[in-house]
Design a protein around this ligand. Structure first.
Ligand SMILES: Nc1ncnc2c1ncn2[C@@H]1O[C@H](COP(=O)(O)OP(=O)(O)OP(=O)(O)O)[C@@H](O)[C@H]1O
Ligand SMILES: [Mg+2]
Length: 233
């Protein structure tokens, strides 16, 4: 090994194919590389294969062909946190996410740290049903942090949130992806074009294939509806 071995990207996908069994493949020869830590966004119309892609990356589905190389641990965050928060209190839910083999003291410290990182310090005993939608989504993100994930896969995480909570969750992920110590990589799926402002790169997914990375601004302007009266010339 050379003294400065090349750093592997957090995620590399090549030639990925997947079909649900009938008709056209949901993913066809799909290629994607997340080059490093940062907030990377994916935009695409309904049914273009975005959620299927995230399920393949986390191993919930098995590809028909191609390769997925993931450095570190991926964790999925769903659109609806009620679909992934399982236990009654914030602390018990996070305990479930922790890696095995830690002693009680360390488990407590990691739960407290995960809560602090998402702005929910001290809420170990809080029943989950008493949290707001935005707080629940931040707790789901704390679960990913507690599990030692280095690659966050977020499937429209703000779709059910009001504008204020939407911003909080976006800023939280942006912060985690740009912190000076161990910044994370995040793949964020969205239909909200205004969120592209905060990304480090954006790509468009269409009919099971992913386009090249471009700036959020350039993808946004290529997708934004034309101003009234400006469409035909
Ligand atoms: N469980 C399933 N069984 C059969 N087909 C499925 C299943 N889940 C998804 N599909 C199909 O796979 C294709 C891609 O769906 P997917 O949910 O990945 O799209 P998406 O880009 O996430 O869409 P959306 O923006 O609506 O969330 C669609 O044609 C969909 O009907
Ligand atoms: Mg989807």
């Amino acid at each position: 090994m050379t003294p400065e071995a090349a750093v592997e990207p957090p995620l590399r996908i090549e030639g990925l194919r997947f079909g649900w069994g009938q008709g056209r493949h949901a993913l066809q020869d799909c290629r994607l590389e997340i080059p490093g830590p940062g907030l990377w966004m994916l935009v695409g119309s309904n049914g273009s294969g975005k959620s299927t892609l995230l399920r393949l990356i986390t191993g919930l589905l098995t590809p028909t062909g191609g390769t997925i190389t993931c450095q570190g641990r991926p964790a999925l965050v769903f659109q609806n946190p009620d679909h992934q928060l399982l236990l009654p209190s914030c602390g018990s839910d996070l305990q479930l996410a922790l890696p095995e083999g830690l002693d009680v003291g360390e488990r407590g410290r990691r739960v407290a740290s995960a809560l602090a990182q998402v702005g929910l310090s001290g809420l170990q005993q809080r029943p989950i049903h008493t949290l707001s939608g935005g707080q629940k989504q931040r707790l789901a993100i704390a679960g990913a942090l507690a599990s030692d994930a280095t690659l966050l896969l977020l499937d429209e995480p703000t779709a059910l949130l009001d504008p204020e909570s939407q911003k909080e969750v976006l800023e939280l992920i942006h912060r985690l992806c740009h912190r000076s110590s161990s910044p994370l990589a995040a793949l964020w799926i969205t239909h909200r074009l205004e969120e592209l402002e905060r990304c480090d790169g954006a790509a468009r997914m269409e009919a099971g294939a992913i386009g090249p990375w471009q700036s959020g601004e350039s993808l946004r302007s290529s997708l934004a509806p034309l101003p009234v009266g400006g469409a035909e010339r």
